[in-house]
Design a protein around this ligand. Structure first.
Ligand code: ATP
Ligand code: MG
Length: 205
C-alpha cells in the first residue's frame, strides 16, 4: 500500500479525537495528503450504522452488536480507507479492529477467535502501519466526560472498563506496530510522544 494507515485506539474519553486532530494538522503542515476518519462510521452508510450502535437504551444483543461494527468496518474499509491508501494518502482512523476485540471480546466475552476472523473479513486483512493505544486512569473518566452526553457504550460500568483496559494491555504486546501511550499526561506531552513515534517509524521526517 502506498499510503500509511495510522490507528488511534483506547477506551472512551481517553483523548483519541483530541490527538487525532492535532496529528492531522501536523501531517498537513508537513505536506501530507491526509484523511481523518473514525469507526464506527466514516462513510454515510457506516455513519447510519453508528447511530444504531450508539443509541442510548436500544436493545442490541452482543452478537448483533459485533455484526453491526463489522458491517460498518467493511463499508468504511472498502469505500474510503483502501482507496485513500492506494492513492498514497495518509489515513488517520479513530478506532479499528482492536476496539472490537476490546469491547466485544474482552468486555462482552465473545470468543476472540470469532472476532479475529470477522475483523479479517471486514478489514480485507488490512493491518495498520501504526496503532497508538491510549490508556488513562479510570479516575479521569468522569472528569473528562462530566458535561458530555453519554452514549450507549459509555454507560457501561467500571468493571467493564477494567476488562477492556486489560484487553488493550494484552493486545498492545502482541499486535505488530502497536505502542502504548500514557493518556494521563498533558495533551502537548502526549502529542510529542505521538510525533516521536511517527518519526521513528519514518512516517514523518
Ligand atoms: N490529555 C488530556 N488531559 C486532559 N483532558 C483531556 C486530554 N485529552 C483530552 N482531554 C479532554 O477529555 C475529553 C475527551 O477527549 P476526546 O474527545 O479527545 O476523547 P476520545 O478518546 O475521542 O473519546 P470518545 O471515545 O468518547 O470519542 C475532551 O473534553 C478533551 O478535551
Ligand atoms: Mg472521540
Amino acid at each position: 500500500m502506498k499510503g500509511k494507515f495510522i490507528v488511534l485506539e483506547g477506551p472512551d474519553r481517553c483523548g483519541k479525537s483530541t490527538q487525532a486532530k492535532l496529528l492531522y494538522n501536523r501531517l498537513v503542515e508537513c505536506g501530507h495528503e491526509v484523511i481523518l476518519t473514525r469507526e464506527p462510521g466514516g462513510t454515510p452508510t457506516a455513519e447510519r450504522i453508528r447511530q444504531i450502535v450508539l443509541e442510548p437504551g436500544l436493545d442490541i444483543r452482543p452478537m448483533a452488536e459485533l455484526m453491526l461494527y463489522e458491517a460498518s468496518r467493511a463499508q468504511h474499509t472498502q469505500e474510503k480507507i483502501l482507496p485513500a491508501l492506494e492513492a498514497g494518502k495518509t489515513v488517520i482512523c479513530e478506532r479499528y479492529t482492536m476496539s472490537t476485540c476490546a469491547y466485544q471480546g474482552y468486555g462482552r466475552g465473545i470468543d476472540l477467535k470469532v472476532i479475529d476472523a470477522l475483523n479479517k473479513v471486514a478489514s480485507l486483512n488490512l493491518q495498520p502501519d501504526l496503532t497508538l493505544v491510549f490508556l488513562m486512569s479510570d479516575k479521569y473518566f468522569t472528569e473528562r466526560g462530566e458535561y458530555l452526553f453519554s452514549d450507549r457504550l459509555e454507560q457501561e460500568d467500571i468493571a467493564f472498563r477494567q476488562k477492556m483496559r486489560q484487553g488493550y494491555l494484552e493486545m498492545v504486546k502482541t499486535t505488530p506496530n502497536a505502542y502504548l501511550v500514557d493518556a494521563d499526561k498533558h495533551i502537548d506531552e502526549i502529542q510529542n510522544q505521538v510525533r516521536q513515534l511517527l518519526l521513528e517509524r519514518h512516517i514523518i521526517d
